[in-house]
Design a protein around this ligand. Sequence first.
Ligand code: ATP
Length: 344
Amino acid sequence: MTELSLRGLTKRFGAYTAVEDVTLDIPNGQFVCLLGPSGCGKTTLLRLIAGLEEPSAGQILVEGADQTDVPTHRRGFGMVFQSLALFPHLTVAQNIAYPLAIRGVGRAAQARRVAELLDLVQLPDLGDRRVHQLSGGQRQRVAIARGLAIDPKVFLLDEPLSALDANLREHMQVELRQLQQRLGVTTVVVTHDQKEALTMADLLIVMDRGRVQQMGAPMDLYRDPANAFVAGFIGSTNLLPGRLVGGVLEVGGQAIRLADGDRVKCAEGAAVLSVRPEDVRFAEAGLPARVSFVRDLGESVQFRLDLDGREVTALFAPRDRPAVGLGDTVHLAFEPGRRVVLAP
Ligand code: ATP
């Protein structure tokens, strides 16, 4: 198990900065998801860690030892790419054995390790198949087994499940997580799918425009986002502009006195209130809004509300469904202790 540290890691392509000044520590055995919108620099950051890109500045450390100038194959990391990059002319067993073969591991030891890995990824009888004779999920497992063959210090995966259909993908998310927990290998996975990240990760790293916006446990990011970008990217949220004056938040002409548990992430003055849909209430008094859409999702009921031309979403459990319908006016209140005040 390995601690991975990045220090001021930066990558420029010409005048464009794809990864900017990333400093963070990933503790031993953690499952980390790198999450962010397309083009934010996730893949570039993973490739820097792997040694497939040379940093413009900064360092990569493993257990405190500088890896920045260590070539990829000497870092002892396992990798799975989005394309899987399996060799079509080799059998499953030969694919899995490949990283061992190029490191000069003897045939008998290769065969033992391959058998172990095939068991691990639950493909015990498929060693002699060719890659094109496998299903998408089976190929995924072969790529994972190959990535784990050298018993890597760090396991790096770039969108490993993106080619799978929704059901299989969910299944593989759980399987990958269970496998990682069993092995305890420090793992970094790139994904742009926040639900996938929430399913698998101990820690999320949310990136935007080459910079880390926030790193933390999924529920900490959900409850305590550092900024409006993270609030909107992890789960869904309502963002309402307001002003923070003397510890009181003014939104839509009403004063909201902040309570214990509410988070304030900005200075006095212009501010944005972030409230999750499940924390919006219909109250006796509050901000008047009109019901513009109601959707029964079975497990929950979603109301969309028009608040002075701004859309607010509220989510209720079916048993708490308020007795209001389309066009009705309601008064919105926001659950004390669950409100986050952010910089605009
Ligand atoms: P996606 O989710 O779409 O894969 P990403 O977050 O993984 O996106 P990166 O692939 O890391 O994003 O790319 C970050 C930015 O750097 C993009 O704007 C991309 O065009 C740019 N970039 C990546 N590789 C190169 C390269 N070799 N030369 C020039 N620009 C590059």
